[in-house]
Design a protein around this ligand. Sequence first.
Ligand SMILES: CC(=O)N[C@H](C=O)[C@@H](O)[C@H](O)[C@H](O)CO
Ligand SMILES: CC(=O)C(=O)O
Length: 305
Amino acid sequence: MAFAGKRLKGLIAATFTPMTSNSDINLAAIEQYVDYLVQKQHIRNIFVNGTTGEGMSLSVHERKSLAEEWVKQARGKMNNVIVHVGCLSLSDSKDLAAHAASCGADAISTVCPSFLKPSSLDALVLYLKEVASAAPSLPFYYYHIPRLTGITYQIYELLGKVKKNIPSFRGVKFSDVNLMDFSLCVSEYKEFDCLYGVDEQLLGALAFGAHGAVGSTYNYLGKKNGDMMAAFEEGNLLKARKIQCSLQEFLIFVFDMGWGLAEFKDIMSQVSGIPLGPSRLPLYSSMKFDHHDNIKTKMLKLDLI
Ligand SMILES: CC(=O)N[C@H](C=O)[C@@H](O)[C@H](O)[C@H](O)CO
Ligand SMILES: CC(=O)C(=O)O
């Protein structure tokens, strides 16, 4: 067991997938991306090929190439590379899980397929058990993001079932606003890592005992979120709240523009200076060049950069 006993905690950036101007994957940008996260954002854990990385829009072959490159570039610089292996096809997910183990990833995670959905919590557990069985040596995390998958089972009920069924199960990436469910996971299943995934309200999840957080904004706001977590740990709630409110104000500005993941990728390119390219269709950024100044002004005003 490569990482037996190791707990996942702290901030985990859900990476964007670098692409060329034609939306082909661009492996050459990954080394610079890793260095940026470590040096400028103090991020030492990444979650690759997930929602932010457009994993579901990539081929299995592309996902394997990306996983290999992230692992290679992160070696010696980062603590953990978690590879998302969720697909609509179980056999593709098992293939990706086995590949993640063979290329040296630290953990895997999966959403449940959401075109044909499991008809019960037991069916979901059977599904997760199959995926995990393809990489039994790797810590396995369920990725709960009901707003995108439409799969809405209570996670604390799921944890009760997987505990007995999936030996490599280590926790959940919980991307939902239901903090009561999240809190029950943390308080009833201390053996699992509960990683929060709604960046807008991380402070609320910290209050309930979140071990860490996985999110898209930690790519370019990692340091600021790190300051918030440190303030929370020191008991300086006023400071933590002030930072969370600035982060919220920034995100409200982004959402009010009607922006989402494709525009987040543009923001990351601007803030980091790394050309990450466009997103792949069906994502499509509506950000125009003259928006760049607005973003920067807003971030400076909120003391985020
Ligand atoms: C839908 C989506 O991308 N969710 C991400 C993680 O799960 C979050 O990190 C969000 O991007 C973030 O909270 C901003 O809304
Ligand atoms: C945000 C997140 O965790 C993901 O992109 O998968």
